[in-house]
Design a protein around this ligand. Structure first.
Ligand SMILES: *Cc1c(COP(=O)(O)O)cnc(C)c1O
Length: 418
């Protein structure tokens, strides 16, 4: 790779047209990716990148995974869509996989993370009103959280910037500080229906709570008879080294939401719950035209099967996620020791990793990109790494080397203009 080919003509054309016809909702890198294989992607001019973002924790099996591609192709040749007026074989197969490998008894499929959380909020409200107490509707969520961009989920999100300009917002959401079980306990009232929480906060910079915190949250929910909804949209599907992050906390939720890594890039979300809770949804309670369609479910079933099976040395990809995560953390801690003036913290679980800087992360991320590594800046000062679960030690070392160089560059004051 690494020498950009002359001209950058194709990329430039795509970028210029993109800026004319798309709504300006994203701060995009000036790169137009057109092809991928494993942990690598290429832009329209042929420049190669090592992808340590995976489409934001989506492409867990990397790009163009042969088994997922084959499942998509076979399903596309057979049946793409029929509607939920019918029983759908790949949907049943995927639900069975999820139920067999989680706390849940039943699954509802949708198309994105925000939709999964919308479903969870509706389910919790209906369950609370019918089974806990008529006046219960409130969801307690966490400061710094991220739950999506629909009106209800951005209201649940604990960040003011995503709400600006969109009020009036739906009522029934309160926020407490993350990693503070006493604050949560104090916020629960006779109006509370559920607690909504990410096991590790992703968008706000890979915030890992203290040991025992999620068990304490579970305890608060149990004491008050309210529901615990885990948003595992980013942490789920092997990202943190177990299929679901809750497995590492010694607890189970009542309701869980999934999306990002579930379909390896084919849009799909899922809402999972125990039997007792799922039963408050009846025909007409909730629905989605595309949710659980044959194509998305075939892709997700293939993805999940591979994650639970494949890994180097006869291990699963979950083992690889844990081992490569530890390897990356060790490498990043070595970088931290070399750049103590720039790196404030290194943290994460499995392959969900944050490098907190004591300055803006964007210039470091841009410098890494120019050296062929894709990462992103979360919460302003955190370099977030979410490599595919298939990442190899050689690829991890390459990423560490590029980050080291990018940090060195960023820590050198820019030469004064003459
Ligand atoms: C990405 C994300 C969402 C929103 O998912 P979309 O598919 O973008 O709607 C919700 N919660 C968490 C924790 C996320 O990381």
């Amino acid at each position: 790779m690494k020498t950009p080919s002359p001209g950058r003509f194709l990329s430039r054309q795509i970028i210029e047209e993109s800026e004319r016809v798309l709504m300006p909702t994203y701060g995009r890198f000036p790169v137009a990716l057109v092809r991928g294989r494993g942990c690598r992607v290429w832009d329209a001019d042929g420049t190669e990148y090592l992808d340590f973002l995976s489409g934001v924790a989506v492409c867990a099996l990397g790009h163009a995974h042969p088994e997922v591609t084959a499942a998509i192709r076979a399903q596309a040749e057979r049946l793409v869509h029929v509607s939920n007026y019918f029983h759908i074989e790949p949907q049943v197969r995927l639900a069975r996989l999820l139920v067999d490998h989680s706390f849940a008894d039943r699954v509802f499929f949708c198309n994105s993370g925000a939709e999964a959380n919308e479903g969870a909020i509706k389910l919790a409200r209906k369950y609370a009103k019918e089974r806990i107490g008529a006046g219960r509707f409130e969801i307690v969520a966490m400061a710094g959280s991220f739950h999506g961009r629909t009106l209800a989920t951005l209201t649940a999100t604990g960040q003011e910037k995503v709400k600006e300009g969109f009020d009036p917002l739906p009522p029934g959401f309160v926020h407490v500080p993350f990693d503070d079980a006493a604050a949560l306990e104090a916020a629960v009232t006779e109006k509370t229906a559920a607690v909504l929480i990410e096991p590790i906060q992703g968008e706000s910079g890979v915030k890992v709570p203290s040991d025992g915190y999620l068990a304490a949250v579970r305890g608060v929910c149990d004491r008050h008879g309210i529901l615990l909804i885990l948003d595992e949209i980013q942490t789920g599907i092997g990202r943190t080294g177990t299929l679901f992050a809750y497995e590492q906390c010694g607890i189970v939720p009542d309701v869980m939401t999934l999306a990002k890594g579930l379909g390896n890039g084919v849009p799909i979300g899922a809402l999972l719950a125990t039997e007792k809770i799922a039963q408050v949804f009846g025909p007409g309670s909730h629905g989605s035209t595309f949710g659980g369609n044959p194509l998305a479910c075939a892709a997700a079933a293939a993805t999940l099967s591979v994650i639970l099976r494949d890994g180097p040395r006869g291990e699963t990809l979950l083992d690889n996620s844990l081992r490569m995560g530890a390897h990356l953390l060790a490498g990043l801690n070595a970088i931290r020791a070399k750049h103590p003036d720039v790196v404030a913290d290194v943290r994460g679980r499995g392959l969900m990793i944050g490098l907190e800087l004591n300055r803006d992360a964007k210039p470091v991320v841009d410098e890494a990109l120019s050296r062929g590594l894709i990462a992103n800046a979360a919460a302003g000062n955190v370099v977030r790494l979410l490599p595919p679960l298939i990442v190899t030690e050689a690829e991890a070392d390459e990423a560490i080397e590029i980050l080291d160089a990018a940090l060195l560059r960023a820590s050198v004051p820019s030469p004064a203009a003459c």
